[in-house]
Design a protein around this ligand. Structure first.
Ligand SMILES: C[S@@+](CC[C@H](N)C(=O)[O-])C[C@H]1O[C@@H](n2cnc3c(N)ncnc32)[C@H](O)[C@@H]1O
Length: 471
């Protein structure tokens, strides 16, 4: 994040605007909307100011701002058509330590103006750090269509009830739970439909249950969530929703920052990272930790790469919870083979190539290749091998030794779906050498079968060249 978004309380404060043209009028209008006393410094005002002038908080001064004018301001906008005048005034603002915005000159700005979606008291500000206001406006247009115009009424309703709720639910976490549960229920629709009495009745009923100490209201729970192979856009809506609710997150090595940043900011983060060789936190300890945290009443997010039930030991992790009667939910994620295949342009099945696909792990016990080749070496079948990069040589050789054609197409997809994705293709005979030459570091999925030959034609994903080969 290059800039810090904040919401400035301007009620009763003075905002200065330099300029009498349309750009200055827009800034003055915004300042007035935000409750500021607004003084415009300009020799003349254009027609756009006509309506603003009837506002009692609006003042027009015909001279250029002086130091004493500047000291009276909390913020200043330079929106004059004369660039020199803008620069002069900005220097004055800087000398007076007043935050200053120079219209269309991000380099000269102490703060930039976001695109705004206004559902007051809900206000959404979108910034592109001054790099592309047009993109900001496009995002704004999308959000405008997503949020019902009356959404602000929901926030206002909550605002009116906050004190009452705080009076009855003393603990912060209890209150947060209460509001989350309430706002996920029918109350939003009731408020949006203008049914205030019904909405208040619903709130009172829920508040009674929470104050009675209904154990169902305060119990902890665990969310076992699949985060997909890496691209945050591949998260499911449900995953994102639960990520936003967690009190604590236990995550492992395959979870990148892009995904971790989407977890509720206040949630405690616990790394329980694992590598194939080095099980940093033993499985039993992870399960024990989840159990303990849930018993403390916390919402525990167990975030796993790909799908939790696909070579992820998700089943083992929730077994203890099930025996202990701790409530849990499991959210599937896009498994690595499926995500990597899609981003590499290698369909796992295809009418001309393969009618079945098997997913296996190449990480056998004691580091040995331990696969059922009779099942794997079927015609018109794709084999996706997880955790196979570490022994790609012995693995591909074993396929050949068990009867596969050495010329069978094969691919390794390293860091699939991420900005540093690398795809190395070859055959069972050549792939191990090519992988070494490419310096793949994993995680990587191995795909074996004639579908790999489609990669050249169907590849579409362009990773970021700057991050190619990055860990
Ligand atoms: C312990 S398994 C976990 C699999 C995960 N539960 C899933 O459904 O994808 C770890 C293996 O998944 C594969 N993997 C996970 N993320 C990957 C990615 N972004 N690119 C390539 N392979 C990946 C690699 O084979 C890695 O060694």
């Amino acid at each position: 994040m290059d800039q810090l978004p904040i919401f400035f309380n301007l009620t009763g404060k003075c905002v200065g605007v330099l300029g009498g043209g349309i750009a200055a009028a827009r800034k003055a209008e915004l300042a007035l909307q935000a409750g500021a006393q607004t003084t415009v410094f300009a020799a003349q005002l254009c027609d756009e100011f006509r309506e603003l002038q009837s506002d009692q908080r609006f003042a027009h001064v015909a001279h250029e701002p002086q130091m004493e004018d500047m000291h009276a301001c909390a913020l200043f906008f330079c929106a004059d058509e004369d660039g020199e005048r803008n620069i002069r005034t900005r220097a004055l603002a800087n000398a007076a330590h007043i935050p200053c915005n120079v219209v269309d000159q991000p380099d000269l700005c102490d703060f930039t103006m976001p695109s705004i979606v206004d559902r007051s008291p809900v206000v959404i500000a979108i910034s592109t750090a001054g790099m592309s206001p047009i993109l900001g406006r496009m995002i704004k247009a999308r959000l405008e269509t997503l949020l019902p115009a009356a959404y602000g009424e929901v926030a206002a309703f909550v605002g009116r009830q906050r004190r009452k709720v705080a009076g009855r639910l003393k603990e912060f976490r209890q209150r947060r739970r209460f509001w989350e549960r309430l706002l996920e229920g029918p109350i939003v629709d009731l408020v949006l439909a203008g049914k205030q009495p019904e909405a208040i009745a619903e709130l009172e009923a829920q508040l009674d249950a929470a104050t009675r100490g209904d154990p169902l209201q305060n119990r902890g729970e665990v969310y076992l969530v699949g985060a997909g192979p890496g691209d945050p856009d591949l998260l499911t809506f449900k995953a994102l929703r639960l990520m936003q609710r967690a009190d604590v997150v236990l995550y492992d090595r395959l979870i990148g920052d892009g995904i971790l940043n989407l977890v509720r900011r206040e949630a405690e983060r616990v790394y329980v990272g694992k590598t194939p060789q080095d099980h940093t936190v033993p499985q039993t300890e992870i399960s024990g930790m989840m159990l303990r945290l849930a018993r403390e009443g916390k919402r525990v997010l167990r975030l796993k790469g790909g799908d939790p039930f696909m070579f992820g030991r998700g089943g083992e992790e929730i077994e203890r919870l099930a025996s202990a009667g701790i409530p849990f939910q499991v959210v599937p994620g896009i498994t690595a083979a499926s995500g990597c295949a899609a981003y590499a342009g290698i369909p796992l099945t295809h009418r001309d190539h393969a009618q079945s696909c098997v997913f296996v792990t190449g990480h056998g016990k004691d580091g040995q290749v331990d696969l059922d080749f009779e099942v794997l070496l079927q015609p018109r079948q794709t084999v996706a091998v997880y955790m196979g990069l570490g022994q790609i040589g012995p693995l591909t050789q074993a396929f050949i030794d068990k009867g596969a054609e050495p010329s069978t197409p094969a691919a390794l997809i390293d860091n699939g779906t991420r900005s540093n994705q690398q795809v190395v293709t070859g055959t069972l005979e050549t792939l191990a050498r090519r992988a070494t030459e490419a310096g793949l570091k994993g995680p990587a999925v191995l795909i074996i079968g004639s579908v790999v030959s489609l990669h050249d034609r169907l590849k579409w994903y362009r990773p970021d060249p700057a991050s190619a080969g990055a860990a």
